[in-house]
Write a protein that binds this ligand. Structure first.
Ligand code: ADP
Length: 545
């Protein structure tokens, strides 16, 4: 048999004998059908974004066998998800739900605990259950990607009527991205804030519907997120308290026009005054979407060429080399590029864009780039598509910066303040220099906060690069926490560390999360360790990393 067909011994979840595990799997096969239970006994194949594996983290920063599933199961309905949960409780087998597993940079499809059984919800549960053109809402299952929803809206002839919001990469699951609190780039970019209504299978097998979904016969599940009583949805995002099988999402009315724009700013030191200029514009919605301020090194990498084409030395590519290479590109060699979008009919846009122009030009040397000068494959046009809800994958190109390119993110949040931006920029730059890594900062400006997204691109076949990337990340998390900054989301490998930084009042929040975990999941079967939350059975036994 060819190499990639040959078998490898599957990992067995800790605490269960191999024979008993295989017997348990056979029982699950009887319930779900042979074809819906797959043992992970083939060599691990990495694939790429659109053909990603569901067996492990294809961008692993540790040994490939670390975050790896023992088996993958494919439920076809909420009832089958319940059956799987009951089965896991019976045998005390850790299960790890994913929607589509395209959570690139944060662990992909991989489980936190080695040998977990991955529940790949998206493969068979991929229906768009409703698109409501009057209320501008939809109801989806875990396997519905941003691309799929976009296509469905087009097929129904509604693309001039309503928009979706897509993150940088459109191939992921709407539910997966939303429960992990991912963001997009239209005014509806805060996905979690824009969802309305969940259906959740609890770790003990019961199903609940949140918000108005709890009221039989309601027609407001997707229109009013709260219903009555405690707003429970929050405990099902970035947690391990339930498996989301349906979610409502709001859709944006077509604003009647749009215009992408771009400015560049010459010097690294322009960052702080620029962020202070952006803040009032963003909070008052003159800047209407999560807009991005990207460093020239990343803009250069976004061209999709390997770094060796520009520089052959080791260590971070020197600033002069970056600027020399960037000078030959259509957007030039300025230190920062701002990508924005203005919405509405021309007269409305003209007013807002004039305000933005006057404000941005207070930075000496600021340049407005005329989009008509930019070639069709310029990164600007990918930002244009994403900011009007058209799914895209151009963003992947900077992964080519290294051979076997993989990436992992450091993503702290801060207020939209120049001083905070400068502190985080300096912290990241120093850490990258310490470990000889190119620094790719991008500030994503929300409404009253900004996420700094620093993607480390590394060669996943190079153990030294993996080690340096991880050490750099760990330093940045700790140093940021000392200054009072925390991450909005993180990779599996950093979850314990990041959770540990949210430790006010002797770790009171984690103690509360652990109490919820033990109450909702007494056997500790659902995604143990996800977001640093360990069930009782695992706590204090050396699982943290
Ligand atoms: P995407 O397909 O958008 O990339 P994933 O399916 O990888 O998203 O989801 C990201 C993470 O969110 C997963 O690793 C998992 O921990 C969690 N998650 C995703 N979907 C669900 C779900 N339906 N229920 C509970 N947790 C989920």
């Amino acid at each position: 048999k060819p190499q990639n067909e040959r078998q490898r011994l599957p990992v067995v979840p800790q605490g269960i004998e191999r024979d008993e595990f295989l017997k348990a799997l056979a029982e699950l096969k009887e319930q779900l059908g042979q074809e819906n239970v797959e043992i992970n006994d083939k060599p691990l194949k990495d694939g790429w974004y659109m053909e990603h594996p569901n067996t492990h983290d294809m961008m692993t920063i540790l040994d490939e066998e670390e975050f790896v599933a023992s088996a993958i199961v494919y439920p076809g309905s909420t009832e089958e998800v319940q059956q799987i949960v009951l089965w896991a409780n019976k045998y005390r087998i850790p299960i790890f739900p994913i929607s589509m597993g395209r959570n690139l940079g944060y662990g992909g499809a991989a489980p936190r605990v080695r040998g977990s059984v991955t529940i790949d919800l998206g493969k068979r549960m991929n229906k768009i259950l409703d698109i409501n053109a009057e209320d501008y809402t939809c109801l989806v299952e875990p396997g519905v990607s941003f691309y799929a929803l976009y296509e469905a809206i087009k097929e129904r002839g509604l693309e001039d009527h309503m928009w979706i919001d897509t993150p940088d990469l459109g191939g992921g699951s709407i539910i997966g991205n939303t429960v992990d609190r991912g963001v997009g780039y239209t005014p509806y970019g805060d996905h979690w804030a824009c969802h309305s209504g969940l259906e959740v299978v609890l770790p003990t097998g019961e199903v609940i519907r949140t918000g108005m979904g709890a009221l039989p016969g309601n027609n407001t599940w997707q229109a009013f997120p709260y219903g009555f009583g405690p707003f429970s949805d929050g405990i099902f995002s970035q947690s391990n308290f339930g498996i989301v099988t349906k979610m409502g999402m709001t859709l944006m009315p077509n604003p009647g026009g749009h215009e992408a724009f771009m400015y560049t700013f010459p010097k690294e030191e322009d960052l702080a005054p620029l962020i202070d200029i952006i803040r009032p514009l963003r909070i008052s919605n003159i800047l209407e979407n999560v807009a991005q301020l990207r460093h020239v090194t990343q803009a250069l990498a976004a061209r999709g060429r390997p770094r060796t084409e520009f520089y052959s030395g080791s260590g971070p590519m020197p600033s002069e080399a970056v600027h020399a290479a960037a000078a030959k590109t259509p957007v030039g060699d300025h230190a920062w590029a701002y990508y924005g979008m203005s919405y509405g009919p021309p007269q409305v846009r003209a007013h807002k864009l004039a305000l933005v122009d006057a404000a941005f030009r207070r930075i000496p040397g600021a340049r407005r780039i005329d989009p008509s000068t930019l070639p069709a494959d310029e990164y600007f046009w990918a930002r244009d598509r994403v900011a009007r809800g058209v799914p895209d994958i151009h963003e992947l190109r900077w992964v080519n910066w290294q051979p076997n390119g993989a990436h992992i993110a450091f993503s702290p949040v801060s207020p939209i303040r120049g001083a905070d931006a400068a502190r985080l920029f300096a912290l990241g730059k120093e850490a990258h220099e310490r470990y000889g890594i190119d620094f790719f900062p991008a500030f994503c400006v929300g409404l009253r906060e900004m996420h700094l997204i620093v993607e480390i691109v590394f060669d996943r076949a190079d153990a030294g690069q993996r080690k340096a990337a991880l050490a750099c990340l760990r330093d940045m998390v700790d140093e940021a926490a000392k200054l009072g900054y925390g991450e909005y989301r993180t990779h599996l490998v950093l979850m314990d560390q990041v959770a540990g930084t949210y430790n006010w009042n002797d770790g009171a929040l984690m103690k509360f999360n652990e109490r919820l975990k033990d109450a909702l999941d007494p056997q500790g079967i659902l995604a143990p360790g996800r977001c640093g939350i360990w069930p009782k059975r695992y706590r204090g036994r050396g699982w943290e990393m």
